[in-house]
Design a protein around this ligand. Structure first.
Ligand code: UFG
Length: 332
C-alpha cells in the first residue's frame, strides 16, 4: 500500500484526512509532536511522535516508511495568540515548514500537500474570493501560512517538487461516524462554543460585533465540513500521484456565506436547545466576510463539498460533543 506521511495527523483536520486516506487505499503515517494533537485520534495507520523542527527524526521516519508524499497539517493556528506571541508561530509554522521541506529534499520525497488558509487573503476586497486575489494577511498566523506557500512554490521551481496548497476556509463539524471530532484546548471556534452554550457547558455565546457591513451585522464565513476538507486532500494527493506538476493553490470552501447569527439560529433548531447570547465588541482582526470561490478546486480536483449543509455540520459536531462528554447531553 502506498504510504503518505501526515504531519499533524493527530489534530482535528489531519485525523479526518487520515480516515479518508485509509478509505481510499492509502496508508497514513502520522508524524505529530502531540503538543495539540491527540494520540487517540490516530486510528488509521502507524504513529511516530516527532517535531517538524527535528530534521534527524524526520530523516529516520522517512527512511523507515518511504512515503510517496507528505501532507503537512502540523501548525499552530490561534490567530489571537499569533499576534501576542509571533515568535512561537514563525518558529513552528515557518521554520518547521522549512525544516520539513529540507528533510523531504534529502530523502528525495518531492510531493507535498500544504495546509494553507483563507487567512492569507486578509481583508478580502471582493467576495467570493478567487485564488488570484491579492494575499495580504493581517496577522502573523496568516503571514506564516503565506510564507509556507511561498517556500513550497520556490521548491517546485528550483528542485522539481510538486505541491498543491489548499487554502481552507472555516473547517467545521465532526466525523460522520462519530469516531473523531474537534478537540481544541483552548477552544476559540464559533461552532463548538455555540454548542457548548447549547449544552449548558458554558453560560452563553459571546457574539463579537453586530455592526459589520453585512445583512444582519454579524461576520460572514464559509463553513466547510471537515469530511469535505478530508476528501479534498485525497483528491489532491491523487492529482499529484497522477503526475500533476509544479505548484497550485486552491480554495476549499462551499461558496456560501453564513453569518454568526445564522449559525446560532441553526444550532438552536438542530439541537432543540435555546442558546443564550451576549453581545460584545468586534474581535480584533476579524474580516467582515470571507467566502470562497471554490470553482478551481472543483475543476482541478473533481471535488465538491457534499456534507457542508449547516444541519450536517452542526448535528455531527453536536453528536461529537455528546460522545466526548460521555452522553452528558442526552442526560441533561
Ligand atoms: N465568533 C464569535 N464568538 C466566538 C467565536 C467566534 O462571534 O466566541 C465569530 C468570529 O468573530 C468570526 C466567526 O465567529 O466572525 C468565526 O470565528 P472562528 O474563530 O470560528 O473562525 P475564524 O473565521 O476567526 O478563523 C478561521 C480559522 C483560522 C483562520 C481564519 C481565517 O479558524 O485558522 O479562519 O480568517 F485563520
Amino acid at each position: 500500500m502506498n504510504r503518505v506521511m501526515v504531519t499533524g495527523g493527530a489534530g482535528y483536520i489531519g485525523s479526518h484526512a487520515c480516515k479518508a486516506l485509509r478509505a481510499a487505499g492509502w496508508e497514513p503515517v502520522v508524524y505529530d509532536n502531540l503538543v495539540y494533537g491527540h494520540r487517540e485520534a490516530v486510528k488509521w495507520g502507524p504513529f511516530e511522535q516527532g517535531d517538524i523542527l527535528d530534521e534527524a527524526r524526520l530523516a529516520e521516519v522517512f527512511a523507515a516508511y518511504r512515503p510517496v508524499a507528505v501532507m503537512h497539517f502540523a501548525a499552530f493556528a490561534y490567530v489571537g495568540e499569533s499576534v501576542t506571541d509571533p515568535e512561537k508561530y514563525y518558529r513552528n509554522n515557518v521554520e518547521g515548514t522549512a525544516a520539513l521541506l529540507r528533510a523531504m529534499r534529502k530523502a528525495e520525497i518531492g510531493r507535498l500537500i500544504f495546509s494553507s488558509s483563507c487567512a492569507t487573503y486578509g481583508m478580502a476586497e471582493t467576495i467570493p474570493i478567487l485564488e488570484a486575489q491579492l494575499q495580504a494577511p493581517i496577522n502573523p498566523y496568516g503571514r506564516t501560512k503565506l510564507i509556507g506557500e511561498q517556500i513550497a512554490r520556490d521548491y517546485t521551481h528550483a528542485y522539481g517538487f510538486d505541491c498543491i496548497a489548499l487554502r481552507y476556509f472555516n473547517a467545521a463539524g465532526a466525523d460522520l461516524d462519530g469516531e473523531i471530532g474537534e478537540d481544541h484546548d483552548p477552544e476559540t471556534h464559533l461552532i463548538p462554543l455555540v454548542l457548548q452554550a447549547a449544552a449548558g457547558i458554558r453560560p452563553t455565546i459571546t457574539v463579537f460585533g453586530d455592526d459589520y457591513d453585512t445583512p444582519d451585522g454579524t461576520c460572514i464565513r464559509d463553513y466547510l465540513h471537515v469530511a469535505d476538507l478530508a476528501s479534498a486532500h485525497v483528491a489532491a494527493l491523487e492529482r499529484l500521484d497522477a503526475g500533476s506538476k509544479g505548484f497550485a493553490a486552491l480554495n476549499l470552501g462551499t461558496g456560501q456565506g453564513t453569518s454568526v447569527r445564522e449559525i446560532i439560529e441553526a444550532a438552536q433548531r438542530v439541537t432543540g436547545r435555546s442558546i443564550p447570547v451576549t453581545m460584545a465588541p468586534r474581535r480584533e482582526g476579524d474580516p467582515a466576510a470571507l467566502v470562497a470561490d471554490p470553482s478551481a478546486a472543483n475543476d482541478m480536483l473533481g471535488w465538491t463539498a457534499r456534507h457542508s449543509d449547516l444541519d450536517t455540520i452542526i448535528s455531527t459536531a453536536w453528536n461529537w460533543l455528546d460522545l466526548s462528554t460521555q452522553g452528558a447531553l442526552r442526560r441533561a
